[in-house]
Design a protein around this ligand. Structure first.
Ligand SMILES: [Zn+2]
Length: 498
C-alpha cells in the first residue's frame, strides 16, 4: 500500500534525450534522474556513443569523448559487447549508436567525404548495433567529425535505419545563425526516408537569433501537419553546455585533438579564429553578450577553475578572452566542458509551452557523492523534469500540469513508438511516479548544481519501488528496451537482459 493522498500519481517520466550512457556505469542508481520521477532515459545522443570501439580505435574514442565522459573507462568493444556489459540500472534505458562514433571508426577525424568502402563500414557497424539492440542512430552534425558528413551520407544511413525499423535523432548542424536550414535538413531525412526523426534540444543560440522561437516551431509544426514523423525536444533552461573546443571554428579540430592542441598554440591561428569570431560569433552559439556568459563546468586537468567565467579568467590573467580560451583548451588538453548562457528566456518559454515539444534534459544521471559528483555541471542534469512539473507550471504558468505530464510521458512514448509505457493502464509496465504538485521543484543552481530535486515521494520502475518516501531503495530493476526486431513493426516489446 502506498499512501498517495494529496499527491499526483503519474506514469513514470521519460527523459527522451540524455547522455547518461556516460555515467550510468558509474552511477547505476541514476540518482539525479530517478529522484525527479524519471523511469526511462534515451541515451547515446548527439552522435556520441561509447561503442562500437574497434580494435586499435578505443584510445581515439576515449580521447574524443573525454570532454563528455571524463571518468568512463574505455576498452575495445563491439556494440553487442557493450550491450552485454551495460550495467543493471534503476531506470529503463534505450540505447542509440552515434554517428560521430561510427565515423571515427570508419575514417578517424578526416574532414572529407567518405569512400564507398568507408560508407559500407559505417553501414555495417550500424546494422550490427541495431541487431544488438540499439534503438537507432543519433547524429551531431554541429561538430567534428559529424559535421564533415553531407546530407547524402546521413540519408544513406537513414535508409539502413528504414530497412531495420530504426529511428534517427539529431543535434542539428547549427543552433545559431543557420538554425532554420539545420532544422529543415533534419526534416528532410524524414521526408526522404520515412524514418522517425527526433530533433534534439530545440533552441536559438546567439543574440542575433533571439526572438525566433515561433518561426522555428511553425516550421516543425508544418512538417508534422504534412504527416512527417518528426518530433522535437527541449530543456527549460537558457544555458547550454558543451565542450569548450566546440565554440571555436570547426576547422580547429581537423585531424583530431593532438593536431588541435598544436594549432591553438600558434599566434597566426589565433588571429584567424579571432577574425572569424568577430565576423560570425562563436561556432554553434553565435554572438554572445560577453565572455561572462561562458563558465567552466568541468576541467579535468584544471579542476579548481570549475565555476569561473572566461571573462573572469581573462581579467585575472590580463589576457584577451580569446587567448584565455585557447590557453585553457591547451592546458586542459581539449577536455574542458563549459556552460554558455546563449539563449533568450522568452524563446525558451515559448518552446517549453508548445504542448507537442517533448522534454529531454540533455544531461547525465549524476549523484551528489562519488565520481559523478564533481565539478559544476549544468543544473538541468538534476532538475529538468522537476522544473517542468513545478516552477514552469506553478510559477511561470507556461502550461497546465496535465499538459506538462503528458509531454514527458504519453507523448514521449508515442514519439518512440512504445505502446506499453508512458500511460497508466492495465497491461502496461508499472513505471509510476508519485509527487506533490505543490512542492515538486528543481534545487540545483549554476553555482551549486549538485542538489536533488524535491517533491517526488515514490517511483516504481517495472513494478519495483526505487524511490520510497523520497529515499532511494537501491533497487536496479531497469531494463534495456530493445528496438522491435521486425521492420515496420510496432515497438513495445521489452526484453530484459537481466
Ligand atoms: Zn546535443
Amino acid at each position: 500500500m502506498i499512501d498517495a493522498r494529496g499527491q499526483v500519481v503519474a506514469p513514470g517520466l521519460i527523459d527522451i534525450h540524455t547522455h547518461s550512457d556516460f555515467t550510468l556505469p558509474l552511477n547505476p542508481r541514476a540518482e539525479s534522474k530517478i529522484r525527479q520521477g524519471v523511469t526511462l532515459e534515451v541515451v547515446g545522443n548527439c552522435g556520441f556513443s561509447a561503442a562500437p570501439a574497434l580494435p586499435g580505435r578505443a584510445a581515439l574514442l576515449r580521447e574524443y569523448l573525454a570532454s563528455s565522459a571524463p571518468w568512463l573507462p574505455f576498452g575495445e568493444a563491439s556494440f553487442a559487447d557493450y550491450v552485454t556489459a551495460f550495467p543493471a540500472t534503476s531506470v529503463n534505458v534505450i540505447l542509440q549508436v552515434g554517428h560521430h562514433t561510427l565515423r571515427l571508426m570508419a575514417a578517424q577525424m578526416e574532414n572529407r567525404p567518405l569512400t564507398a568502402g568507408e560508407m559500407a563500414t559505417m553501414g555495417q557497424l550500424l546494422e550490427e548495433a541495431l541487431a544488438a539492440g540499439a534503438w537507432g542512430l543519433s547524429s551531431g552534425l554541429f561538430t567534428a567529425p559529424g559535421c564533415y558528413a553531407d546530407a547524402a551520407e546521413i540519408h544513406a544511413l537513414a535508409r539502413v535505419l528504414r530497412r531495420h525499423g530504426g529511428a534517427y535523432s539529431s543535434h542539428v548542424r547549427d543552433e545559431a545563425n543557420h538554425v532554420d536550414e539545420a532544422v529543415r535538413e533534419a526534416i528532410a531525412v524524414a521526408e526522404a526516408t520515412g524514418v522517425h526523426v527526433q530533433i534534439a534540444h530545440l533552441k536559438l543560440s546567439g543574440v542575433d537569433n533571439w526572438g525566433g522561437a515561433s518561426r522555428l516551431l511553425d516550421e516543425i509544426a508544418a512538417a508534422r501537419r504534412r504527416g512527417l514523423p518528426v518530433d522535437c525536444d527541449a530543456y527549460p533552461y537558457d544555458t547550454a553546455t558543451n565542450p569548450l573546443r566546440n565554440l571555436l571554428p570547426r576547422w580547429v579540430m581537423d585531424g583530431g585533438i593532438a593536431a588541435m592542441l598544436e594549432r591553438l598554440a600558434r599566434a597566426d591561428v589565433r588571429a584567424r579564429i579571432r577574425a572569424e569570431v568577430a565576423a560570425n560569433g562563436l561556432t554553434n552559439f553565435g554572438r554572445i553578450p560577453s565572455w561572462d556568459v561562458v563558465r567552466v563546468a568541468i576541467a579535468p586537468h584544471l579542476p579548481d577553475e570549475a565555476g569561473r567565467t572566461f571573462g573572469d579568467i581573462a581579467r585575472r590573467r590580463r589576457l584577451d578572452p580569446l587567448d584565455a580560451v585557447c590557453d585553457f583548451v591547451v592546458a586542459d588538453r581539449g577536455e574542458t566542458r563549459v556552460l554558455i548562457r546563449s539563449m533568450n528566456e522568452k524563446d525558451v518559454q515559448e518552446i517549453t509551452r508548445a504542448p507537442w515539444v517533448l522534454v529531454g534534459s540533455d544531461g547525465n544521471a549524476l549523484a551528489t557523492s562519488g565520481v559523478t559528483g564533481q565539478g559544476k555541471p549544468h543544473p538541468r542534469y538534476y532538475g529538468t523534469h522537476a522544473r517542468l512539473l513545478g516552477p514552469c507550471v506553478r510559477d511561470l504558468h507556461l502550461l497546465t500540469l496535465p499538459a506538462a505530464i503528458h509531454k514527458t510521458t504519453g507523448a514521449s512514448a508515442a514519439a518512440l513508438g512504445i505502446g506499453d509505457r508512458g500511460v497508466l493502464r492495465e497491461g502496461c509496465w508499472a513505471d509510476v511516479t508519485v509527487f506533490d504538485p505543490n512542492r515538486i521543484a528543481d534545487q540545483g543552481t549554476y553555482d551549486d548544481p549538485h542538489r536533488y530535486a524535491v517533491g517526488v515521494s515514490t517511483v516504481l520502475v517495472n513494478g519495483e519501488v526505487v524511490i520510497d518516501g523520497g529515499d532511494h531503495t537501491g533497487a536496479l530493476p531497469g531494463r534495456l528496451l530493445r528496438r522491435p526486431p521486425a521492420p515496420g513493426g510496432i515497438a513495445g516489446v521489452s526484453h530484459s537482459r537481466h
